[in-house]
Design a protein around this ligand. Structure first.
Ligand code: BG6
Length: 490
């Protein structure tokens, strides 16, 4: 998890990045530009190569031109891009045919990362085929497999996929990607918590009233109707991204920055998450579906009228859950999670709300209520940390106002132009698994939401909300029943 591009980042070993699904969006928009950023900034060696695999009938030059579209204009003529461009090659092949791997094996002879940027139904097939072609043996160099989400679509399928992959390679060669862990602000949670006495000392159920974790988006499903209608907000965001944020906030301090030490603590907290049981789903889980409105400056149709979405779809585009964590640190502290599309603002944040202080001191003053302290970890946009606390308004009488101490990433550090995949790729190259999901973490995430998936799959409909709003009324009611309210999306 060291910082690529910083003085401390040693140059990664030479390797070939084999991208399955090379003509797809992920490869072109994010993976190749990230490798370029790393190559330009230093921590990737000159003999690093990219080999794109897909069924498209194209050649090296087509792939190069197609990825170049996502390299900033001002960089294209530069030495760094021109040099990397030369080292991009294409391998045409069907993922399901043994011949693809026989010919591929001849082109990969030392260290290799295999990035599965494909549709999920190919994950098991590709790993099996790589294994059969002996491409995962580590005799001539390391062989690592990176797998994007979705990793399964429920607990059973995730377990089956883990079994299938682990039958071919050990956990040490598997890098399950959750791109939220590539975000600087997410990685910073650990430093903020464990590098500052100030925070960690009060990070428990004695002082914290509840935690809110939000991933709100203004975008609707747009061209992803087919995927999204089959997936829904809960599967798409909660057991993976939101639970990763939760584990960063709720884990116990690891003994070191060693990958296994950190992953053990995260796995421990994930297995202690207590999601709504079957009989609690009605009260503790809310699903919503956007109807027409305006979000992110765009007119949005009803979800059911989106391209490739069934007219009688019961898929949710918004999900909110109340979960608990069965641990000494967190017993009694609810964690409220929400995520949705076509909402009023793009806002990914974690809010830790502290318990109220005793009012006695203020009883005979003009102060009628004391807003609780809140620590807001803003993941995106406007990455930073804010502490909301109470101050005295100037004047002869005692009156108070909520004020904020703000740390902004962009104002403090040079963030540069990053895709969010640089650290993940650099870590995979240097063999650091800290930011990658282990089999038990994936399964714990699915296990916690499985009763909700089962209940929602059986019957009922999501509650409508207007595109451009803060979500369905039921989500507000979920917190109001506990005498709380959501932080406003902004
Ligand atoms: C993806 C989901 O994993 O994460 C998308 O499939 C979602 O539906 C995206 O939009 C959000 O990621 P980010 O980095 O844009 O917040």
């Amino acid at each position: 998890m060291s910082e690529p591009g910083s003085a401390a980042a040693p140059v990664a070993p030479p390797a070939t990045l084999v991208i399955f699904g090379a003509m797809g969006d992920l490869a072109r928009r994010l993976l190749v530009p990230s490798i370029f950023n790393l190559a330009r900034d230093g921590p990737i060696p000159d003999d690093f190569a990219i080999l794109g695999v897909s069924y498209h009938d194209v050649g090296d030059e087509d792939l190069r031109a197609s990825v170049e579209a996502f390299i900033p204009d001002e960089e294209r003529g530069g030495k760094a891009w021109q040099s990397l461009r030369e080292r991009i090659a294409y391998h045409k092949g069907d993922f399901t045919e043994a011949g693809t791997y026989e010919s591929l094996a001849k082109r990969v002879d030392a260290n290799a990362l295999f990035y599965l940027a494909t549709a999920p139904q190919f994950f098991g097939t590709i790993v099996d085929a790589l294994s059969r072609a002996k491409m995962l043996d580590e005799e001539k160099g390391f062989r690592r497999v990176l797998i994007e989400k979705p990793f399964g679509n429920d607990l059973e399928s995730a377990r089956a996929l883990n079994r299938q992959i682990l039958a071919c390679i050990p956990e040490t060669q598997i890098y399950r990607v959750d791109h939220f862990l590539g975000k600087e602000t997410v990685q910073n949670i650990m430093v903020a918590r464990f590098g500052n006495h100030l925070f960690e000392a009060i990070w428990n159920n004695r002082y914290i009233d509840h935690v809110q974790i939000t991933a709100a988006e203004t975008v609707a499903v747009d061209s992803r109707g087919k995927f999204y209608d089959a997936t829904g907000a809960l599967r798409d965001m909660v057991p993976n991204h939101l639970f990763q944020l939760l584990s960063m906030v709720a884990m116990e301090p690891p003994n070191s920055f060693d990958a296994e030490a950190i992953r053990n603590e995260k796995a421990k907290v994930l297995s202690a998450v207590r999601g709504p049981r079957a009989n609690e789903v009605k009260a503790d889980a809310v699903r919503g579906r956007y109807r027409t409105g305006k979000a992110g400056g765009k007119k949005v149709p009803d979800f059911r009228n989106e391209a490739d979405v069934a007219a009688d779809s019961r898929t949710e585009t918004y999900a909110a859950l109340k979960v608990g964590i069965d641990s000494w640190r967190w017993v009694g502290v609810p964690f409220y999670l929400r995520t949705g599309k076509a909402l009023s603002a793009r806002d990914t944040e974690i809010v830790l709300q502290f318990k109220p202080v005793a009012f006695a001191l203020f009883r005979d003053t003009d102060v009628d209520k004391l807003p609780p302290n809140r620590l807001v970890l803003q993941i995106q946009p406007h990455e930073g940390i804010s502490l909301k606390f109470l101050a005295k308004k100037p004047g002869p009488v005692v009156d108070t106002a909520e004020v904020s101490m703000d740390f902004s990433y962009a104002d403090t550090f040079d963030l540069g132009h990053r895709t969010g995949y640089e650290t993940l790729l650099y870590d995979a190259l240097t063999g650091d698994q800290t930011l990658f999901q282990r089999a038990d973490m994936i399964e714990a995430g699915w296990a916690a939401v499985q009763p909700v998936l089962d209940a929602w799959g059986k019957d009922g409909e999501p509650e409508d909300y207007d595109a451009g709003s803060e979500g369905p009324k039921g989500a507000a009611a979920l917190l109001e029943r506990d005498g709380r309210h959501w932080n406003t999306l902004s």
